[in-house]
Write a protein that binds this ligand. Structure first.
Ligand SMILES: [Fe+2]
Ligand SMILES: [Fe+2]
Length: 274
């Protein structure tokens, strides 16, 4: 069996250091769990979409992890899917990210019998050149004789494959259906996502299992969120991968301070539309 840690949504940076102590606690906990690998599942930074110094701060902070790590970007790292956002994901923001952390999508065959595939959810449905490159990569990466797990910052949907578009919260319908076709065709085992700052494990009768990973930074109250089935906890996620399949456990982190984003009264981030 191989253990992988997932740290989701640390939101660390120079601009606001409110969540940095929680990052240190999460890293100490993950180091103690002695996992083979850590995946940082996006929103690593407080605001690298607009701040070079937050990007540099996050890069330096990663060195506290004892083992190897793979990093994916989230909306606060490379910008939003929504083209009308004041901070849309674009070539410049993505280049800043890739120059610092390497490619914003990747595959990893380090776990025996398994393939880990990580994508940049922030370009899905944008029409950016990078999006088509990523689809071409996915067509190849997901076709494997290994079991495959897809890692993505945004969930593919909140409640149903056929729900309406909420670009801030989940992958939109057109790329979502394209992804569904690929996941079905390739028999992908599981989809692991972040972004909701909630925990969820759903294993449907057919198709991939879905895991939402809790954040280390803050919670969001139901009144600020669209309807969804996630559980309001903070912590890190430990994935166990073996020849029998994959299980996910949500670890509370000792000493992690609980924050609610609403209690900052919009001083950290503007409230997104539900
Ligand atoms: Fe986040
Ligand atoms: Fe996010």
């Amino acid at each position: 069996m191989t253990k992988i840690a997932v740290i989701a949504d640390p939101h660390i940076g120079i601009g606001s250091q409110v969540f940095v102590e929680n990052w240190h606690r999460a890293v100490s906990h993950v180091n103690m769990r002695e996992c083979a690998l850590t995946v940082i599942l996006g929103d690593l930074t407080f605001d690298a979409a607009n701040s070079r110094s937050d990007l540099d701060f996050a890069q330096t902070s990663l060195s506290a992890l004892h083992g190897p790590c793979l990093v994916l970007p989230g909306n606060h790292d490379v910008g939003d899917v929504d083209r009308s956002s004041p901070q849309p994901a674009d070539a410049e923001r993505i280049a800043r990210w890739t120059e610092t952390f390497g490619p914003d999508y990747w595959l990893c065959d380090a776990v025996p019998g398994w393939r880990l595939v990580g994508i940049d959810s922030q370009i899905l449905g944008t029409g950016l050149e990078r999006e088509e490159e990523q689809w071409a990569f996915l067509e190849t990466a997901l076709r494997s004789d290994r079991r495959t797990v897809l890692f993505t910052h945004q969930p593919l949907f909140l409640e149903r494959w056929d729900e309406g578009d909420r670009p801030y919260w989940a992958t939109c319908g057109v790329p979502r259906q394209r992804m569904r076709g690929l996941l079905d065709m390739t028999g992908t085992s599981a989809v692991v996502s972040a972004h909701m700052h909630r925990a969820l494990a759903a294993v449907p009768a057919r198709g991939p299992a879905f895991f939402w990973t809790p954040a280390t930074s803050f919670l969001t109250r139901n009144s600020s969120m669209p309807a969804q089935d996630g559980t309001e906890i903070m912590g890190v996620t430990i994935l166990d991968l073996s020849e029998h399949g994959m299980t996910a456990g949500f670890d509370p982190v000792p000493g992690l301070e609980t924050f609610y984003i609403e209690d900052f009264n919009g001083s950290l981030y503007p409230a997104p539309a539900k």
